[in-house]
Ligand binder design. Structure first.
Ligand SMILES: *Cc1c(COP(=O)(O)O)cnc(C)c1O
Length: 347
């Protein structure tokens, strides 16, 4: 039985055509700025996101850490949405590397400019930790790939600028948001000082993220990438995969969104399952088992026995993610398997 792996869109493997592009890549020592494939990728992403410069980094987690390091001092306060990647999925890196604290606001990873203004702690106060950075995650992973409203991003960034708070967009899946809303990635990235996109999620490259921003911010990022051990050498082999992904795998993200809808709509009909169907517009499906129901661990196990891999986020919350290695037929089959496992009686 071939497994249908919906644990994440990171599980994709480079296609034969992508591997060919990697094998052909021209390379040089990137720390001398001499890797033509890295330089080409960075230029492409700077253009795509409408920023002055860009920097290839080994992972989205490192991109997020570099952003914190570039804009904060130890003891600072960083405002984020609830359940952000930075808080949940980076093993406490923000505290260990940058010495910052997070203030989580809003709901489901989303928040408004009013909520942001209310949470900002001023500089120069005898007691408060100064808020120096606000981070938006778009799409938002743990809330089911939810899209952050463009108007909110614009007004949050305008408020931040007036309060001298830096702005960072964790856009690991920004291209999913762009496709789902029909708004260009450049427009979505425009209000932010610094933006990251992942190449190794739905785009299907094996490794890497790219940071984009003004020259000043990217110069700092170059230093902190080195400090975090992420400066590489002939990384053009990896960058070539990223460039291939941007050339071939962006528009097809729409298929992933359609396939996620197949699963979400099936689960919405399921007794014992709660899902925010209206918010499921990209490639992530997050759903909750309602009492008296199964445990997430039990559902994961039952699905695995039927050839479908999912991730448990908690005792009752599960995630499935569609990507370029699963087609519509596989997703229909997965939907049936997940629905059966989720609504099965507990014995
Ligand atoms: C996956 C992800 C990251 C981290 O990317 P890695 O390459 O896995 O380190 C950061 N932010 C978000 C929103 C993500 O989904």
């Amino acid at each position: 039985m071939t497994l249908i792996d919906l644990r994440s869109d990171t599980v994709t493997r480079p296609s034969p055509a992508m591997r060919k592009a990697m094998a052909r890549a021209l390379v040089g020592d990137d720390q001398y700025g001499e890797d033509p494939s890295v330089n080409a990728l960075q230029e492409t992403v700077a253009g795509l996101l409408g920023k002055e410069a860009a920097l290839f980094v080994p992972s989205g987690t490192m991109a997020n850490q570099i952003a914190l390091k570039a804009f904060t001092q130890p003891g600072d306060d960083v405002i984020v949405g609830k359940q952000s990647h930075a808080v949940f999925h980076e093993t406490g890196a923000a505290a260990a590397n940058c010495g910052v604290q997070f203030t989580e606001i809003g709901e489901d990873g989303l928040f408004s400019a009013e909520q942001f203004r209310a949470a900002v702690k001023p500089r120069g106060h005898a007691i408060y930790p100064p808020t120096t950075l606000v981070e938006v995650e778009n799409t938002h992973n743990r809330s089911g790939g939810q899209i952050f409203a463009e108007d909110d991003m614009i007004s949050i960034c305008a408020a931040a600028r007036s309060l001298r708070v830096a702005t960072y967009l964790d856009g690991a899946r920004l291209l999913n948001a762009a496709l789902a809303t029909g708004t260009s990635a450049k427009k979505l990235a425009q209000p932010f000082d610094l933006v990251s996109v992942s190449l190794s999620k739905g785009l299907g490259a094996p490794v890497g993220s790219v940071l984009a921003g003004c020259k000043d911010a990217i110069e700092k990022a170059v230093r902190y990438r080195r400090m975090f051990g992420g400066a590489m050498r002939q990384s053009g082999l990896l960058a070539a995969a990223g460039s291939f992904a941007l050339a071939h795998n962006v528009d097809r993200l729409a298929e992933d969104h359609g396939n996620a809808r197949i699963i979400a709509e099936r689960l919405a009909e399921c007794p014992g399952v709660a899902i925010n169907l209206a918010a499921t517009r990209t490639n992530i499906i997050v759903f909750r088992l309602t009492p008296p129901g199964n445990s997430a661990a039990r559902v994961v196990q039952a699905c695995r026995e039927d050839g479908v891999l999912l991730l448990a986020f908690s005792e009752t919350v599960l995630r499935a993610v569609t990507h370029l290695d699963v087609d519509a037929a596989a997703c229909r089959r997965a939907a049936a398997v997940i629905a059966a496992a989720s609504s099965a009686r507990v014995h």
